[in-house]
Design a protein around this ligand. Structure first.
Ligand code: ARG
Length: 461
């Protein structure tokens, strides 16, 4: 086995082929090629700025790196596992591009701060992409909510009919959840917005580098204050992964409801052909595969989070090769979250809402029972007593297959003489929603108010 060209000096033998395969990261960290080149350009400019490299040497390196970036974008760069990772691949390609002066690039730097820099840049970029994807979903949710303020549906607790609500109110609940998700990704972006460059291997460097300079070249707003922390910190990845886990959990809950609502039994919505698939044996089938896959993919993202938490547990400072294992799970998480967000938004956009079915679910049920209890309480009965009376009425109604609003007044009055003809207004599901006035409730006015605020926030910015 030939010895490694980058670090082989102190070795007598090269690695075996299986060690090379086991040790390499180029097969996956080539995804960081652009960040790696940009990090190197910033580093070189800093070396020129601090007179560690002469202008002409530095400029040759910068030009060479820029050529590599162009080739990368044109798909003309070829990587090899002979060079283990993206950092050494780029350096060796630079060597071919500009000759031995390329060897000066790695002055006052280590792969440890280099890989950390690449990952910070990558994480910042992807957080911004995801924040934008969430924005698209939020806009879609608010648009649909705006169209459905007076669309009535059953509100559930324990998946039992509870109280009538506005479909817009339901959608706005998810709006709130995804807004929080978006803030969590803002936080993840801020965590990634920290430059480790210049921490070198672990202890900093004797060269008079200017870490603020390279950080600002790369658009970082702050720099790590401790070199050991800079090369071994992966908290910013955990922030991203845990924001992703929560977001995916929200998507999964939403998908679960859409799957149920799309069933024959509920029939509240119909997912469009574009986002459903057929069965190879049952000709009638239209399966909600996309929603199910999104629900299922949460497992991968939880796994990615737990995998990194486990990798980090018990790691001594500073850099350990275990840290190379941070990448694949993270890339998987990025791809999964981005795909799920855009597919979900597409599916949601094309869902047909069956308003009649939703409203019909409130016709013969007892989801207006609380209205009657409140009605009696407003007449002066203690709420507990009112609750008791309505409970008996519900029992009677169930035995006789008669919803409250279909009972004769005389019938109702057998249970309480306080009940008058105005009760039918109160029992009407639409009124039940309209009459809710507490802040954040499903009342039409409240929902309109929340939608207006959301529109101002999303479209007014
Ligand atoms: N490929 C490595 C990683 O991703 C880069 C840093 C390697 N540093 C070292 N001293 N072996 O973590």
């Amino acid at each position: 086995m030939s010895k490694n060209q980058m670090w082989g000096g102190r070795f007598k033998h090269g690695n075996t082929a299986d060690v090379i395969r086991f040790n390499e990261s180029i097969s996956f960290d080539q995804r960081l090629a652009q960040q790696d080149i940009q990090g190197s350009i910033a580093h070189t400019k800093m070396l020129i700025h601090t007179n560690i490299l002469s202008d002409s040497e530095g400029q040759q390196i910068v030009d060479g790196l820029q050529n590599l970036e162009e080739k990368l974008i044109a798909g003309q760069l070829e990587f090899s596992d002979t060079y283990e990772d993206i950092h050494m691949n780029i350096e060796s390609l630079l060597q071919k591009e500009i000759g031995p002066v390329a060897g000066k690039l790695h002055t006052a730097r280590s792969r440890n701060d280099q890989t950390a820099t690449d990952m910070h840049l990558f994480m910042k970029k992807e957080s911004i992409v995801i924040i934008g994807l969430i924005d698209n979903l939020l806009k879609e949710l608010v648009t649909k909510a705006d169209e459905n303020v007076t669309t009535l549906m059953t509100g559930y607790t324990h998946l039992q009919h509870a109280q009538p609500i506005s479909y817009a109110h339901y959608l706005m609940a998810y709006y709130e959840m995804f807004t929080r998700d978006q803030q969590r990704f803002e936080q993840a972006k801020n965590s990634a917005d920290n430059s480790p460059l210049g921490a070198a291997a672990l202890a900093g460097t004797t060269f008079p580098i200017d870490r603020e300079y390279s950080a600002s070249e790369l658009g970082f707003s702050k720099i790590y204050q401790n070199s050991l922390d800079a090369v071994s910190d992966r908290d910013y990845l955990l922030d991203f992964l845990s924001a992703s886990a929560t977001l995916m959990m929200h998507l999964s809950r939403f998908c679960e409801e859409i799957i149920q609502w799309n069933s024959y039994e509920f029939g509240y919505v119909e997912i469009s052909d574009e986002y459903t698939t057929g069965s190879s044996i049952m000709p009638q089938k239209k399966n909600p595969d996309v929603a199910e896959l999104i629900r299922g993919k949460v497992g991968r993202v939880y796994g990615d989070l737990f995998s990194l938490l486990t990798i980090l547990k018990g790691l001594p400072l500073a850099y350990d090769k275990d840290l190379q294992e941070d990448k694949e799970g993270l890339f998987d998480c990025v791809d999964t979250v981005e795909a799920c967000l855009s597919l979900f938004t597409g599916m949601f956009e094309t869902i047909k809402v069956k308003k009649d079915k939703m409203a019909a679910s409130l016709e013969d049920d007892f989801s207006n029972a609380t209205e009657l209890a409140d009605y009696l309480a407003k007449k002066g009965l203690p709420f507990r007593q009112a609750h008791q009376i309505v409970g008996q009425l519900v029992h009677f109604g169930m035995e006789n297959n008669l919803p409250l609003q279909k009972m004769e007044l005389g019938q109702l009055q057998k249970f309480s003489s306080e009940i008058q003809a105005d009760v039918y207004t109160v029992l009407n599901p639409k009124n039940a929603v309209a009459r809710r006035i507490s802040l954040g409730s499903t009342g039409f006015e409240q929902v309109q108010y929340q939608i207006a605020k959301a529109k101002q926030y999303l479209f007014g910015k």
